[in-house]
Each structure stands twice: as C-alpha cells, then as structure tokens.
Design a protein around this ligand. Structure first.
Ligand SMILES: Cc1ncc(COP(=O)(O)O)c(C=O)c1O
Length: 424
C-alpha cells in the first residue's frame, strides 16, 4: 500500500493522458515479470523518430525555453562551462563552490582551467545546505554553482541576492532540467548564466546551451562546427534505438535474442581513484578541443522542431505511473515524493540499497535503468561528503521519457514490481 504522503499530485492534463492508456502489456500485470517474458517491450532510451523530424505541432521557442536570454549553442554542456571561464575571466587559483553531489563532467572544465573547486554539502534528499555553502565562501570565491537535479528546482532566490551582495557569480546547471518550468520556483532565470545539455532529454547527437543574463555579447565566439564523423558516431545509437522501437511496434522485438534486449550498463568503475572509489569514465574528463565547438545543425533542427508541451505532459504522466509502482515495492524508495506543477522530470530517481542487482534486473528486461552518477572524479577527497556518496552509490534512475508508449510504461511498471519485490 502507498501511504498518503506518497501520493503525487497529478495535474488534469496528466489524467487526460492517462485515460488514453492501452491495456496492459503483460497478461498478468500484477504477476512476476521474468527476464525472458515474451510480452516484453522495448524500453530503452529515445531514438530519432519520424515526428522528431517532421513535427507539425512543434511549439519550441528559444525565448520561452531560455527565458529570453542571450543563448550560445554549444557542442556539449561542458563546452559552455569552459567558455564561461574565459567570459568571466576566471583565473587559476580563483575559488568556486560546487555541489558535492555531482556527475564529474561539470567539475572537470574548471579543474582543467586551474580553478580551485570547493564542494559544499548536499543532503540525502539532494537538497542544498545553504549554511554549509556560505561557511565555505572566502575572499577568493568567484562563483557559486547550483545544479537542479532531475528537473526539480532548488529555491535559489536567497542565494541570488546573497551572490549580488557578495559580488559572486551564480551559475545554474540546467543540464537535467530543460523544459522544466515550476510555477512556484524558477529554473534558469536567476543565475548570471545557465548551461543545458540537450541529449539528456531529446534524441539528438550532441548539443547544449550557455545562456547569459547580461546583454553584453559573449567575449568568446564559437567558430567551429563538430566534425561530421563525430556526429555520425553519436547518431548510430539513436538510429539503433529507432530500429528496435520499430521492431517492437511490428511485433518482431519479442523474438530477438536476449543480447539485443539487454540494455547495456555504463562503463563505470573500470578504474579506481587514489582513495579507492570507482572512477568516472575517462570520456567524462574535459577535452579542450570541444570548447569552441557549436551544436551540430541536426541537433538545432530537432530542438527547433520539438514540442516541449507534449514532452512535459508525457514525462509527468509516465513519472506518476512508475512512481506509484515503485511505492508498491519493498526496495525502491523514490528520491522525491512530490512532483511540483510545471516540473519536467528527467527520470524516476529511486534510492535502492542493492543498486547493482536491481539495475541488472531491469537492464536484463531491456529497461534502460542507470546507476546514476556512479563514478567519482579522481581529484577530490570525498570523505567529507557521506551524503553525496550515499546518493552516488544508491540512486537508480528508471526511464520515463516521452517516447514510451502506454504499453511500455505498463511493462516497466510490471518490471519494477518484480525486481522491486526481489525477483532480480
Ligand atoms: C549535471 C550535469 N551538468 C553538466 C553536464 C555536462 O553535459 P554534457 O555531457 O552535455 O557536456 C552533465 C553531464 O552528464 C551533468 O550531468
């Protein structure tokens, strides 16, 4: 049973979407969904679909998504961070404050540019500790960095004033939060700059954005477009996913051998840091050659033809359904118990003790669950931040993206119930 506090407020639009649900994918949705269940669906990441290219109902506008700010389209989210170091003239030895719960890719551009990165406390519910943050500000501090996790906002009104009073830059990381517009909080509006990473939400091969509050033009111009080979390489998995999703639509997917079904886990933990933590993959460290590259034309095209209204509505509806399934398990505990109006959730993040086994169980069923931010940046001593380590070691993300059909969502619900009740 789910308790009262676990019940999510679902908006009217979400309910409308729900009512259109098809019947369950499995004959016995409450029963055990085994790995070799022949009613399985394709529940991998998004691929490029016909409607991503020829979308007649696209309602994306740059002004609305990036709040009327100056936008620089970058090759990756991290390229925007490298650019900011030049734009704000951040010098070697300057201090910046960053959240201890982090991916590592957003840290490394600053490490590369010689800045002193100082972590501040994030608690076990992924909330910022403002007191701890302020206690770490010194005369050398230049910038405070805030990450809005999974589309949920931090209330940064106080921090915004604090930064103005103390002559500090405020940078919002919206890599996980594009299209998230909570009504009672602001994302990507109050910071002096914000960065975005498009492949987290859209089926695109590359791309991010750096947005600036000031009307002064960026001091660094992007002059190079990414090489066609690079984009082609990133396109291949997107095309593969499209083929798999299509094979599911025409009834072939369930006949494919298990090696096509399995959703491959990321390459985390191949090496360990000097403190013995599994290290982030080498590709997460900063590569200076991408700093001045812009987003590819294909990414710009797909972004311009996207439909944020529909994406947000679908993601919220999927989230609500899977959230309820997770609450009905012994082992999955949602990270957030409230889905505020306007939030565009990136995933369903759950805390699970035996994360590896649970992730394996879902991956074996073709579900693209991820051991979220499992690796550690090698340059830091993580001993001071047990809560961030707890999140890095225990958060599992379950897909809720816009390309899942009602049948896929039912299938993931069944898998959550099976794995979540011990049927790894
Ligand atoms: C919170 C956060 N910020 C920034 C980035 C960097 O984005 P990109 O991979 O587009 O460089 C990532 C990447 O995973 C991230 O998780």
């Amino acid at each position: 049973m789910i308790s009262e506090k676990m019940i999510l407020p679902i908006s009217e639009s979400d309910l409308l979407f729900d009512q259109e649900s098809e019947t369950s994918a499995t004959e016995d949705p409450g029963g055990v969904l085994t790995k070799n269940n022949t009613n399985r669906c394709y529940a991998g990441h998004p691929g490029i679909t016909y409607s991503d290219i020829f979308n007649c109902t696209a309602d994306f506008t740059e002004k609305e998504t990036f709040h009327g700010r100056q936008v620089v389209y970058t090759h990756k989210g991290r390229s925007g961070l490298g650019l900011l170091c030049h734009h704000w003239n951040l010098q070697s030895g300057d201090e910046i404050l960053m959240p201890s719960y982090n991916c590592g890719t957003e840290i490394d551009p600053f490490v590369y540019h010689g800045l002193k990165v100082i972590f501040y406390r994030v608690d076990q519910q992924a909330q910022l500790d403002l007191e701890d943050l302020q206690s770490r500000v010194t005369a050398k501090s230049r910038m405070i960095y805030v990450t809005h996790y999974f589309g949920w906002p931090h209330d940064i009104r106080y921090l915004s004033n604090y930064c103005k009073e103390n002559n500090l830059y405020l940078l919002e990381d919206c890599a996980l939060s594009i299209f998230s517009n909570p009504l009672d909080s602001l994302i990507g509006i109050l910071g002096d700059a914000a960065i975005y990473s498009f492949p987290k939400t859209l089926p695109v091969p590359d791309g991010g954005a750096l947005t600036l509050a000031s009307s002064a033009p960026p001091t660094v111009q992007l002059i190079e477009t990414p090489h066609a080979n690079v984009i082609l390489k990133e396109m291949l998995p997107l095309i593969k996913r499209t083929v798999l999703r299509f094979s599911d639509k025409v009834g072939l997917y369930k006949h494919l051998p298990q090696r096509f079904i399995r959703s491959r886990a990321r390459d985390n933990g191949a090496t360990t840091t000097s403190a013995g933590f599994p290290e982030i993959p080498q590709s997460y460290y900063f590569d200076k050659t991408i700093e001045k590259k812009s987003a590819s034309w294909i990414t710009r095209y797909i972004l311009n033809h996207s439909c944020p209204t529909d994406i947000v509505q679908r993601r919220r509806a999927h989230y609500a359904q899977l959230f309820e399934a997770a609450c009905n398990t012994k082992i999955f505990q949602p990270l957030f118990y409230h889905l505020p109006e306007g939030v565009c959730p990136l995933w369903l993040p759950v805390i699970v003790e035996d994360r590896e086994a649970a992730c394996y169980g879902l991956n074996e069923r073709g579900i693209a669950a991820t051991q979220w931010w499992a690796g550690y940046h090698r340059a830091f001593d993580w001993s001071e931040f047990p809560e961030a380590r707890y999140l890095k070691d225990q958060v599992l993300t379950i897909p809720i993206h816009q390309q899942l059909s009602p049948r896929d969502v039912e299938y993931i619900c069944s898998a959550i119930l099976s794995v979540g009740n011990g049927q790894f």
